[in-house]
Design a binder for this molecule. Structure first.
Ligand code: TXA
Ligand code: MG
Length: 357
């Protein structure tokens, strides 16, 4: 299949292209679209065949549910069963934006879209192109990240082209994504909302709006979940590590259990003070190069976690493109909730290989 490239950078003059993309989606086709977080792979969320095609195009296991994207809060009614007051407060505060909420699903959402689960994940993205596309399509859009399963999420249309060209109908070309990591996924089906995937909407921000408790899914930690409602930080263990759980509960977001965000190169995270990390990384680099291997450094020294979030996936792809054999990266400070969210991705990219220095 030939994948059409549709440049919608100039949104005011993109009407025809968006109308075309909408018609492709209505007919059951797949169109990749920009959002504020990462690029998504869109298909009609109410069409089980479109959902099946999304899994196929991504090479994604079909038990890993898709997020459904809407353009108006009123679009939730068709998708979700019970919507609590807390959820209403949160959508009021954060939609459109990088917060996904999980609800009991309605009868209209096919199990193909939810990976067989009785719940549905919904978000309203904060990007004019995505909102316009959903309106054109006239249906809610299932939208996983538009990468091949296991690869770093795409934050530029070129990344989508690299992974999915020839496998989908079209790609909307727009600016690089400004958040750079995927939305916070919040389970609203229990009394106490639980963060299943951390993002830039932090527990503190959620707590402020609902005036009550919010927890992290225990599977995000080696140890027990931390109640962050009392103003505690999500810093993981005292030694700062957030290693993969081996014998604890399975993550409630099926996607969190898969190998993810993997660069082709081997990757090692160094954890410790900035100076010690730099020294250890440079020493290792010299040793690797002496052995004939090429090395990429990702030290992000002094950078804000939000900036690292924006660049991290793109940096991994850049390193792969330049053919490095090994990536040496500095771990982030996980007492900052956004640092914690980026580290969640970094650890997966590194296959949980961490060296304390
Ligand atoms: O920022 C984002 O959320 C991006 C953009 C495109 O919107 N989308 C995205 O989708 O990251 P995806 O499919 O790559 O990740 C969805 C995550 C997975 O970890 C999945 O397991 C979880 O959300 N999820 C989806 N529906 C769920 C459900 N009903 N229950 C539990 N977890 C769910
Ligand atoms: Mg993904």
């Amino acid at each position: 299949m030939e994948t059409k490239l549709l440049d919608v950078t100039d949104l005011e003059h993109a009407g025809e292209k968006l109308a075309y993309a909408g018609s492709v989606l209505r007919a059951g086709g797949l169109v990749a679209f920009p959002t504020e977080t990462v690029y998504g792979l869109g298909g009609d969320a109410l069409n089980p065949n479109a959902a099946a095609d999304i899994y196929k195009a991504k090479g994604r296991p079909s038990d890993n549910p898709l997020i459904v994207h809407i353009s108006e809060i009123s679009g939730l009614e068709q998708l979700a069963g019970r919507v609590t007051d807390k959820a209403e407060k949160l959508m009021e505060a954060f939609w459109p934006g990088p917060l996904t909420m999980i609800f009991e699903k309605s009868g209209e959402v096919p199990l193909a879209t939810t990976g067989g689960l009785p719940t549905v994940a919904v978000r309203m993205p904060d990007h004019p192109v995505t909102l316009a596309l959903i309106r054109e399509a006239g249906c809610p859009l299932a939208g996983p990240s538009a990468n091949l399963s296991g690869r770093p999420s795409p934050t530029r249309w070129e990344h989508v082209y690299e992974d999915l060209s020839g496998r989908i109908d079209a790609i909307l070309q727009a600016e690089p994504c400004r958040v750079g990591i995927e939305s916070t996924v919040l389970d609203m089906t229990e009394d106490t909302p639980a963060i299943l995937r951390p993002g830039i909407i932090t527990p503190e921000m959620i707590r402020d709006k609902i005036g009550g408790k919010v927890v992290y899914d225990p599977a995000l930690f080696v140890n027990r979940p931390r109640d962050v409602s009392a103003g505690g930080t999500p810093g993981g263990r005292a030694d700062g590590s957030l290693l993969e759980q081996t014998d604890g509960p399975a993550p409630k977001a099926p996607g969190m259990k898969y190998r993810h965000y993997a660069p082709r190169a081997e990757m090692i995270l160094y954890q410790g003070g900035a100076a010690a990390v730099r020294q250890a990384a440079l020493k290792r680099k010299a040793a690797e190069e002496a052995a004939g291997r090429s090395v990429g450094l990702l030290l992000f020294e002094g950078e804000d976690a939000r900036l690292v979030a924006r660049e991290f996936f793109a940096e991994l792809r850049k390193m792969d493109a330049s053919g490095v054999d090994i990536i040496l990266a500095a771990a982030l400070d996980t007492s900052d909730p956004v640092g914690f969210s980026v580290m969640n991705r970094m650890l997966k990219s590194a296959g949980y290989r961490v060296e304390q220095v």
